[in-house]
Design a protein around this ligand. Structure first.
Ligand code: G3H
Ligand code: 13P
Ligand code: ZN
Length: 316
């Protein structure tokens, strides 16, 4: 069942965070649904602009609609990840997305507000909810490159004004994470002080943490042992998700870790089975590995076991 992120956040706020996972293809879709049902967790499917154009946005939508039928117990939101105004409007018009992100965080404060406001007005008119972003993460996003050194943490004083003036439904905040597999050069960690200050001015308001992959070191080691060359990769400590949830983080975005699972499975598979050329063989291994990975993430987020309670809430 497709619901808005707003509904999911009502259930989770202050207690646990909902996993927001990016998908691009059939195997990820199946692994995602299986993993969330395995752990009885509500979840968010994220679709980036890149994912929409990888094959065709309609094919990806079709996959999700079919998965909704194949896995009728699943409860999830369908969310555009890092949309610009054009993509956000297209998703709102499509009638398929329950939630969009407008990411104008690279613009100045006033321009970010103006763009976000336009998207919020169009979205709310169609019952779609909106995530906006204030502050800048380090790392590489689809349409914006920001050096880690230039990453700007969210200013708590601006956060309230931004939410009040835009009417957005949730806010992505920059609290020290960045996208991709190379998040920290040193032993940096999350800026809980900044998060607490934001929650203080926006009590009860859902916050979103992007760039939340953990880049597990054993995964990186296995990839490298199977022929990969990923050096110095480092991510967020997943044991910090629960604390972030108590401080208002209700959505945690994870993409890179799923890509690492894909890379590990396929590198090891072809190393260990050089005679195989049936694409379904590694596909089967990947779907199970991806499901297990999702279930493990949900344990860290605290969303495991909350599906029935969310079902009750959405049926009211
Ligand atoms: O934050 C970006 C997500 O990891 C999506 O990545 O734009 O390469 O699909 P992508
Ligand atoms: P990671 O690169 O840490 O997985 O972050 C994904 C993300 O923020 C998607 O919006
Ligand atoms: Zn992101």
């Amino acid at each position: 069942m497709i619901v808005t992120t707003k509904k999911l956040f009502e259930a989770a706020y202050g207690k646990y965070a909902i996993g927001a996972y990016n998908i691009n293809n059939l195997e990820q879709t199946v692994g995602l649904f299986r993993g969330n049902l395995q752990s009885k967790a509500p979840f968010i499917i994220q679709i980036s602009k890149g994912a929409r154009s990888y094959t065709d946005k309609l094919l990806l939508e079709g996959l999700i609609r079919s998965a909704d039928e194949v896995f009728p117990e699943a409860i999830f939101a369908v969310h555009l990840d890092h949309g610009d105004e054009e993509a956000a409007m297209d998703c709102i018009e499509s009638g398929f997305y329950s939630s969009v992100m407008i990411d104008a965080s690279h613009e100045d404060f006033e321009t970010n507000i103006a763009i976000t406001k336009r998207v919020v007005e169009a979205a709310h008119a169609k019952g779609v909810v909106v995530e906006a972003e204030l502050g800048q993460l380090g790392g590489v996003e689809e349409h914006v490159k920001v050096d880690e050194a230039d990453a700007k943490l969210t200013d708590p004083r601006q956060a309230k004004e931004f939410v009040d003036r835009t009417g957005c439904d949730s806010l992505a905040v920059a609290i020290g994470t960045s996208h991709g597999a190379f998040k920290f050069s040193g032993s940096q960690s999350l800026h809980f002080d900044v998060l607490a200050a934001i929650q203080k001015v926006l009590p009860g308001f859902p916050l979103v943490m992007h760039g939340s992959s953990s880049v597990p070191q054993d995964e990186v080691k296995r990839i490298n042992e199977a022929g990969g060359k990923i050096k110095g990769a480092k991510g967020v400590d997943a044991t910090q998700f629960r604390k972030a949830a108590t401080l208002g983080v209700t959505k945690v975005n994870i993409d890179t870790d799923g890509r690492l699972v894909w890379t590990r499975v396929h590198r090891e598979f072809f190393r260990d089975h050089p005679e195989v050329f049936d694409l379904r063989k590694p596909g089967e291994v990947f779907m199970q590995a991806y499901a297990d990975f999702i279930a493990e993430k949900n344990d860290y987020l605290g969303s495991t076991g909350h599906l029935d309670e969310v079902r009750e809430l959405v049926s009211k």
